[in-house]
Design a protein around this ligand. Structure first.
Ligand code: SF4
Length: 443
C-alpha cells in the first residue's frame, strides 16, 4: 500500500506523524508522494485560523482522485478531527477513519482493517484515562541526529484562548521507563539530541497516569542515557516551572541552555483574563532565576496581542516586559476567536486595525532585539550538532548546516571528508544573517 501523510500544526503533531509513518513502513507499506498515494493520512491542528475550512478545502482537492477509486481512502486525525468527528464522514465518503490524539496508537491496525474491509468506517475519538503506549517504530539508523520524544499528552490548564484541553483531553504523563527506553533506542540508532515534548512538560508526572517521576527527575534520567549528548524540552508553562528544573540548567551539562517560556502578555490584567495563573512579576522572577542558574540561557516566548479587553496600557506593559527580558526569539499572533474557547465570549474585542498595528510594533521590537543578539555572536565559538550538508553548495555557500547549543541554525564551511553529519563540531561565527549564523569550523 502506498501512503502519504499531510501534517499541520505543532511539533507534537509532527512527532505523531513521524511515528505513524514509521509504523506503516514497518507493516510493509510504502511512503509515496502526494500524487501516488492510495491512503492519505491528514493530521490536523486547530490552533491556526479557520482550521476546519482549511481541512475541507484540502479534502475537496483530494476528492476528485479519491472518489474515482474505491480502493483509495483518507484518514483524518488530530485536533480538527476530534472537534468535527463523524461530521467528516457525512461530508466526504472517502474519509473512512477519524482519530483523535489518544487514538493514534491504534491507527496502523485500523488502517489494515480498512484495507481488508472496503465497506468499513472507523472512529478512534475516545479520550483515554492514561497515556496509551505505542508500539516502537524506530528506524535502525536515524535519519537525523535530533529526535522528538513525547512524554505526555493533553493539558489541564484551560487557558481562555486555547482549545487543546478540549481536543487533546486532560493531561496524561507517559511512564518514565517508556521514555527512557525510547531515548536509549534513539541513541543506539545514532540520535544525539532529544527534545522532550508535551503541552506542558513542567507538570510532567503530576497526574494519575504518571509513575511518580517528576520532570526534574526525568531530565536527570535522560541525561544519564549513554549516547544522548543534548536535551531540550518544550512547551513550558511558566507557573509550573519548578526550582528543581531551573537548577537542572546549572547541574546538567547535557541540558541545552535554551528555553521557550510562553508569556503571552506583560499585563497582569490580561494574564488574569487569559487564565494564565501567573503575574508578570512572577514571570520575571523565573527569568531572573534562570539567568542566575545559567547566565548564557537563550530565552524565547509566545505573545498574543489584542486579546479581548487589551488596552493600549496593557499593550505597553507587554512591550516593557520584552525590553526587560530581551528574548532571543518569539512567536507572536494577533488574537483571533476560536470556536469552543472561553475567550470567544469575552468583550470588548479589539479591532483588526489596532491588533495589526500592535503586532507590527511588537514584531519590530523583536526583530531589533534578535538582530542585536545575532550580531553579538560574531567571533563566538559554538558547538554545532551537524544535521548534514548545507542546502546550497555554490562556491560561497556553506558545506554544512546544524544547530548550536541554543538551537540557532549555523551554516559553516569545512572539509567534506569524512562526513560531519551527526557530529558535534566547534565553529567560530563569522557572520550573522537575519535568522541564522554563518561560520567556519575550528580544528
Ligand atoms: S497551557 Fe494553556 S495554552 Fe498551553 S496547551 Fe494548555 S490550555 Fe493551551
Amino acid at each position: 500500500m502506498k501512503f502519504h501523510v499531510l501534517t499541520f500544526g505543532c511539533q507534537m503533531n509532527a512527532a505523531d506523524s513521524g511515528w505513524l509513518g514509521e509504523s506503516l513502513k514497518a507493516m510493509g507499506w510504502e511512503e509515496s508522494g502526494v500524487d501516488d498515494a492510495q491512503v492519505y493520512i491528514v493530521n490536523t491542528c486547530s490552533v491556526r485560523e479557520k482550521p476546519e475550512q482549511k481541512l475541507y478545502s484540502l479534502l475537496g482537492r483530494l476528492a476528485e482522485r479519491l472518489e474515482s477509486d474505491p480502493d483509495m481512502f483518507c484518514a483524518v486525525g488530530g485536533c480538527v478531527a476530534q472537534q468535527a468527528g463523524v461530521k467528516l464522514w457525512n461530508r466526504f465518503g472517502f474519509v473512512r477513519l477519524v482519530f483523535g490524539t489518544d487514538g493514534i496508537a491504534q491507527v496502523p491496525q485500523a488502517l489494515l482493517r480498512l484495507t481488508a474491509e472496503p465497506k468499513l468506517r472507523l472512529s478512534l475519538l475516545d479520550f483515554t484515562q492514561s497515556y496509551v503506549e505505542r508500539e516502537s517504530a524506530l528506524p535502525q539508523a536515524a535519519a537525523s541526529p535530533r529526535a522528538f520524544v513525547n512524554i505526555m499528552q493533553g493539558c489541564d490548564n484551560f487557558c481562555a484562548y486555547c482549545i487543546v484541553p478540549y481536543v487533546r483531553g486532560r493531561q496524561k504523563s507517559r511512564r518514565a521507563a517508556a521514555v527512557l527506553h525510547e531515548c536509549t533506542a534513539l541513541a543506539q540508532s545514532g540520535v544525539k539530541e532529544v527534545t522532550l515534548l508535551g503541552q506542558n512538560v513542567n507538570s510532567y508526572g503530576l497526574d494519575a497516569s504518571g509513575d511518580g517521576t517528576s520532570f526534574a527527575d526525568l531530565l536527570r534520567a535522560v541525561a544519564a542515557v549513554p549516547g544522548i549528548e543534548r536535551i531540550r524540552f518544550t512547551t513550558s508553562h511558566p507557573k509550573d516551572l519548578a526550582g528543581e528544573v531551573i537548577a537542572a540548567f546549572r547541574e546538567l551539562p547535557k541540558l541545552c541552555p535554551s528555553l521557550h517560556l510562553p508569556v503571552q502578555s506583560g499585563s497582569d490584567r490580561v494574564l488574569k483574563r487569559m487564565g494564565r495563573k501567573y503575574t508578570s512579576a512572577a514571570y520575571l522572577a523565573k527569568v531572573d532565576a534562570l539567568r542566575r542558574a545559567c547566565p548564557d540561557i537563550s530565552l524565547s516566548t509566545d505573545f498574543i496581542v489584542g486579546f479581548p479587553g487589551e488596552t493600549e496600557e496593557d499593550f505597553q506593559d507587554t512591550l516593557a516586559l520584552m525590553r526587560r527580558v530581551v528574548f532571543d526569539g518569539s512567536f507572536s499572533f494577533a488574537y483571533c476567536d476560536r470556536p469552543g474557547t472561553a475567550s470567544i465570549k469575552m468583550e470588548p474585542k479589539v479591532s483588526d486595525t489596532v491588533k495589526s498595528r500592535r503586532l507590527a510594533e511588537l514584531q519590530a521590537l523583536q526583530n531589533e532585539q534578535q538582530e542585536a543578539m545575532l550580531q553579538r555572536m560574531i567571533g563566538v565559538r559554538k558547538m554545532v550538532l551537524v544535521d548534514g550538508p548545507g542546502a546550497r553548495r555554490g562556491s560561497d555557500d556553506p558545506a554544512w548546516t546544524g544547530r548550536d547549543e541554543a538551537g540557532f541554525v549555523v551554516n559553516f564551511a569545512a572539509p567534506a571528508v569524512p562526513s560531519l553529519a551527526g557530529r558535534i563540531v566547534p565553529v567560530r561565527i563569522t557572520q550573522a544573517k537575519k535568522h541564522s549564523l554563518w561560520g567556519e569550523a575550528l580544528p
